[in-house]
Design a binder for this molecule. Structure first.
Ligand code: NAG
Ligand code: NAG
Length: 431
């Protein structure tokens, strides 16, 4: 799942136009018949807001088991209209353009509790539905943060049923537990150096939350990017587990080809390092799936007794063995820290500092333009020796596409160990 080049991901937002001509919009009509919308506080009339569709919209209530049935049915039928490989669910906070649904929120304790977080217009309904709206599991006040979470399992099931393959689901709103069904991107950030730095913190946190398939919008979503920021962000983003350059409407172009040949070449060379290391990354995802390990982790996670590492949020690791120390400021060098030692390394524009940890073996594969092709290429091993001349590592491999390949034991798992004793090298593999 995580490594495939997506042929088509379909973006779905959790609201539907209620204003199409009768008999022309089955998802609305079936949903209306099944009574699956989030309701107003009366518990019988649907909450009506304004989002992307022309006209007004209603909101499916995914905490209702009937909604899951409807959603799986709709996603399956839609596969016949437009083929897709994965589903991207956005705006599922749920987002609404106004403050509360029409005609606004009544003055009561749920909508206007005595204490509210510091949000811009001091209303819990800002850009969403009124807290006293009714969902199957209770008041929207209590279930708001679970809206995206509740949409995710049915989306995962729908994608697997429709495609017959391991599901790709990406969700903007997540909660603890979502990582079993979906990956996450860090939402609408800005094209600013500060946001690029914050993306490392977001990535480390989401790995602790059990959502390891994570990344931020490379080059920034809102505001115009710049050549240098975007280039440094392409380098950093090449090592986001979910690696995607994503731009807001109306901003200057920022895809890696738009800045000319040199930019494209630098981006390509960094991405090729990512692609070469995909077997290592894939194995880390296996470890995460099977044992709950993090994929991306902070240095403190590996060097817990070294206090110095506890505050480091400018560099990060893939598993135990590979450190990425990106340039996070204009015209900067990188202070890299490694086992109590700080070193400054030169990082001209065409370089991102990357470090291997001695004692580890990283599986590699010759890259190609798609993972369908690269998966047919020869494997390799990077063996980085420790002070005793030893190293170990592992490789998990399967077809990349099948559902439940671990449960059905349709995979290959090998552990490697290397040691160098008085000029004789020993290399063992255990399957
Ligand atoms: C919402 O209203 C519909 C139609 O009256 C009803 O069938 C459904 O059970 C209600 N759901 C909730 C959560 O109030
Ligand atoms: C405005 C906004 O949502 N900014 C986000 C940009 O991305 C960082 C992490 O990458 C988030 O923490 C910010 O909230």
């Amino acid at each position: 799942m995580l490594l495939m080049i997506i042929l088509g991901i379909f973006l779905k937002d959790p609201f539907l136009s209620k204003d199409e001509a009768p008999g022309t919009y089955r998802p609305y009509e079936l949903g209306e018949e099944m009574g699956i919308w989030v309701n107003n506080s009366d518990g019988i009339t649907p909450a009506v807001g304004k989002v992307w569709p022309p006209g007004e919209s209603v909101f499916p209530d995914y905490t209702n088991p009937r909604t899951a049935e409807w959603w799986i049915q709709m996603c399956t039928e839609f596969k016949n209209v437009l083929d897709y490989d994965g589903l991207w669910i956005d705006m599922n906070e749920p987002a609404n353009f106004g403050t509360g649904q029409n005609p606004g929120c009544a003055h009561n304790d749920l909508n206007y509790p005595p204490y509210v977080p510091r949000i811009s217009d001091y209303s819990l309904a800002e850009k969403t539905l009124c807290p006293d709206s009714k969902t199957y599991l209770g008041d929207h006040y209590d279930t708001h943060s679970l809206f995206g979470w509740s949409q995710t399992p049915p989306t995962f099931i729908a994608a697997q049923k429709a495609t017959g393959k391991r599901a790709f689901v990406l969700s903007r709103s997540t909660f603890v537990g979502s990582g079993k069904y979906a990956g996450h991107w860090l939402g609408d950030n800005f094209s600013r150096w500060k946001d690029m730095h914050m993306s490392i913190i977001g990535m480390l946190e989401f790995n602790l939350f059990g959502i390891p398939y994570i990344g931020a919008d490379i080059c920034g979503f809102l505001l115009d990017t710049t050549y240098e920021l975007c280039l440094r962000w392409m380098q950093l983003g090449s090592f986001y587990p979910f690696s995607r350059n994503h731009n807001g409407q109306g901003q200057m172009e920022q895809d890696p080809a738009v800045f000319g040949a040199e930019f494209a070449e630098i981006s390509r060379s960094t991405l090729l390092i990512r692609y070469t290391l995909l077997p290592y990354l894939y194995t880390l995802f296996f470890d995460s799936h099977a044992y709950g390990n993090t994929v991306v982790r902070g240095l403190m996670h590996e060097f817990t007794s070294d206090q110095e590492t506890h505050g480091i949020d400018t560099a990060f690791l893939w598993g135990p063995a590979f450190m990425i120390a990106p340039v996070l400021q204009e015209g900067d060098k990188v202070p890299a820290s490694w086992q109590r030692r700080y070193v400054s390394v030169d990082a001209p524009l065409d370089k991102i500092p990357l470090f291997l940890r001695g004692g580890y073996i990283l599986p590699t594969q010759a890259p190609a333009t798609t993972t369908t092709l690269s998966r047919q290429n020869p494997f390799g091993l990077i063996i980085a020796l420790d002070d005793q001349g030893a190293a170990s590592g592992s490789l998990f491999w399967d077809d990349g596409d099948s559902i439940d390949s671990i449960e059905r034991e349709l995979y290959f798992l090998v552990k490697y160990a290397f040691s160098e004793v008085s000029s004789n090298a020993y290399f063992d593999t255990y399957i």
